[in-house]
Design a binder for this molecule. Sequence first.
Ligand code: NAD
Ligand code: MG
Length: 395
Amino acid sequence: MTTLRNIAVLGATGSIGGSTLDVIARHPDRFRASVVAAHRNVESLVGLCMVHRPDLAIVADPTLERELARRLHAAGIRCETASGMDAIATAAAGPLCDTVVAAIVGAAGLESTLAAARAGKRLLLANKESIVMAGPLLLDALRAGGGSLIPVDSEHNAIFQCLPDGRPGELGRCGVRRLILTASGGPFRGRTRAELAAVTPDQACRHPKWSMGRKISVDSATLMNKGLEVIEAHHLFNAAPDAIEVLVHPQSLVHSLVDYVDGSVLAQLGNPDMRTALAHALAWPERVASGVEPLDLARTEPLHFESPDLDTFRCLALAFQALREGGDAPAILNAANEVAVDAFLAGTLPFLSIAELVESVLTELPAQPVVDIQTLAERDQTARSVARRLLRNAC
Ligand code: NAD
Ligand code: MG
């Protein structure tokens, strides 16, 4: 008999949140969205509550809780409400859920991701920024909490599927030589630096294969997304930087590969739709339908692979550099990138300057060891201040 999983969907109004709720709704005998949380979009949140009937709806912005409660009441929905980032973290660790889908975007997701890990929940991690920032602390929290982490990021989910069951942290003993992360190359694959000088946020967000939120779309266009994923893979699978390779694969059908010492290379394939990774993570170790079209290889365009252009897409090289530097360098990289992407989306920073800004912040703040979460949060804030100062001076 399958037990009903009570799932907290954090970032419920986003792209991953929507895909998660779609899979949940297909399996009412197995899954239930018991908690939904979002930033400010009360209207969407109320709409989700009408469909999914959670026990608790949380809005991160405290000024909007009354409106949330009023609208739920007007719609005749009996559902508790709460507000604030602390309330999201408390719910992630609380009795209303056994599973947490961490799908808030950016460093804002760290507190609730850590809370779920400490509380021993089944943690479905989409919020890659939290593991990039605080990898060792998050893994410690997981060990202390005794729960499990199932990667949702499609590449890491693919690698998880290609590794022997339950031993994601023992690559050497499993005979793994390399992890190969595939990258679509984003909307600007093949362009020169000169051609990228004047690209707009809308062009950067027009991803050829994936439909995603705006921040990760820009990260995909700069290849910072792949850089963050290299750091994510390092922590999730205990892989040395030299054992992680990036391969550009514009069709986005091979989601990543594992190269074994005997010459076998295992890959996970599927249509580019996050519901596959989410269905896998929600049901693991079982399998459930996701709603994704079956892959028909006889009809797909030929599969192509090439090396990334690290000179044009500097962000990927910077992420490798931060990973090798260690300590809090990945957290600094992430913070600077969040400020830079915000400025690019606001139209105040040119596309190519995203990498320049990140590099300047990394140079100004040499890595320090990661001691605890408070120190890390301070360093995150320092990196943001330095990035904003450099931005002001550049304008
Ligand atoms: P999105 O912008 O579509 O959604 C973000 C969600 O986070 C929204 O529900 C928003 O309300 C919420 N949010 C934002 N700031 C918040 C705050 N301060 N407090 C509480 N909630 C807040 O983003 P997305 O594309 O769904 O991505 C979410 C995360 O998943 C990111 O970390 C991204 O890197 C990762 N991810 C996304 C995809 C994808 O296909 N979209 C794939 C892999 C990994
Ligand atoms: Mg990914």
